[in-house]
Write a protein that binds this ligand. Structure first.
Ligand code: NAD
Length: 372
């Protein structure tokens, strides 16, 4: 099939959906790949590196494509330029993109959303949420160590002993575990808390101490966290407050699928932290785990600096794009039939799960309800 790689248009989006190594795999599988000019430039992949692996550079790449790959959804103008019946793969938070979903439906585009790929074992190689969370978790730890005007590791010198930094991580999913692992590698002492029952063992396996609170675990469907009642949220905050007050660094990564991020830490709790402390809130864009955090900014609360994440994976665009591109190559392979033609199998739960629009209909139930 003819695959086009879009140049991202959203401000601040530095990633690219397919990197040259991924394009080489697609070309070897019999596909023709075109990229829009400068598609990979912000992730440090020059047009020539795509040409070197067999792609063409074409300002009209999208118009002639059977499938367009992008990181963010295409905008309205780009959707109107697509041939009817072709396919798109991108992140497409459908509930926040209802107008675009309606346009994709009306244009009979088969739109597949990366965040809707079911998180089952068979789909792990296509799980872009995990691959990007891995990058942002690593980045969170590096940002925290950069902002903290102290050592992370223990240091014993002739001039005395430097104590290691104490880090608390809240939320120990993919991003949180990666933040823990990175902080440990940098030599800090790490404690972490998550509401899922399995989390304590995962935290310990990364070399951190699991904070145990006298609270029920909160597990919902598929092993993910459930939303807290306000009463439980308050008790969790009260029990976590002394751990946070004793920390040099707080990294928060907590999320509940389909919901605003839970408020785990109030401004009062940050004010109890030591002078010079650092807070990194990876959930700042989805409501924030820390009261007062601002996506893309550093704000002062009490004597702490609070860094709010904004497209954190995009702050490491090269590796983030490489991982994302491999997820997309695997999804394309799943949907490729004979003669390298696009042939999504709508009996496959991965295809069905990821599909937002197809054949002039909205196939994703919750989005269809929002549009009705
Ligand atoms: P996520 O981004 O939705 O949430 C991040 C973490 O925040 C989760 O661990 C969650 O339990 C935690 N959290 C939510 N509310 C909290 C609260 N009030 N206090 C503290 N922590 C809170 O989750 P994720 O990182 O995408 O994945 C979570 C789980 O799913 C992990 O166990 C992961 O291993 C698993 N997973 C499985 C697959 C698969 O099987 N294919 C893929 C990805 C993730």
């Amino acid at each position: 099939m003819r695959i086009a790689v879009a140049k991202e248009i959203d401000e601040g989006e530095t990633r690219v959906a397919l990197v040259p190594d991924a394009v080489a795999k697609l070309v070897a599988a019999g596909h023709q790949v075109s990229i829009e000019p400068d598609a990979g430039a912000d992730a440090d992949f020059a047009d020539q590196t795509y040409v070197d692996v067999g792609a063409t550079v074409d300002g009209d790449a999208l118009a002639g494509a059977d499938l367009v790959a992008s990181v963010r959804p295409l905008n309205s103008g780009a959707i109107r330029a697509l041939a009817e019946g072709m396919a798109t793969i991108s992140f497409l938070p459908p509930a926040q993109s209802l107008d675009l979903v309606a346009e994709l439906r009306d244009r009979s585009v088969s739109a597949f959303a990366l965040e809707l790929v079911p998180r089952i074992s068979r789909a792990q190689s296509m799980d872009a949420l995990s691959s990007q969370a891995l990058v942002s978790g690593y980045r969170a730890a590096i940002v925290a160590s950069g902002l903290l005007r102290r050592f992370f590791p223990l240091s014993m010198t002739a001039a005395g002993t430097v104590q290691p930094a104490e880090v608390v991580v809240l939320g120990a999913g993919v991003a949180g575990l990666q933040a823990i692992a990175t902080c440990r590698r940098l030599g800090s002492v790490v404690k972490a808390y998550d509401v899922r029952a399995a989390a304590a063992e995962e935290i310990q396996s990364m070399g951190a101490k699991a904070i145990e609170l006298d609270l029920d675990t909160l597990e919902g469907a598929g092993g993910y966290a459930r939303e807290m009642t306000e009463d439980r949220a308050q008790r969790q905050r009260d029990l976590l407050a002394p751990h946070i007050a004793a920390a040099d660094v707080l990294i928060t990564t907590a999320a509940v699928p389909g919901r605003q991020a839970p408020l785990l830490v109030t401004a009062d709790m940050v004010e109890q932290m030591k002078p010079g402390s650092v807070v990194v809130d990876l959930a700042a864009e989805t409501g924030g785990n820390v009261e007062g955090s601002k996506p893309g900014s550093i704000v002062s609360i009490g004597d702490a600096q609070v860094w709010g994440g904004a497209n954190v994976a995009g702050q490491m665009p090269g590796p983030a794009s490489r991982l994302l591109a491999q997820n997309i190559v695997n999804l394309i392979a799943l949907m490729t039939g004979e003669d390298a033609a696009l042939a999504p199998d709508f009996d496959d739960e991965i295809v069905v799960g990821a599909c937002v629009t197809h054949g002039g209909e909205v196939r994703h139930g919750p989005t269809r309800e929002l549009l009705e």
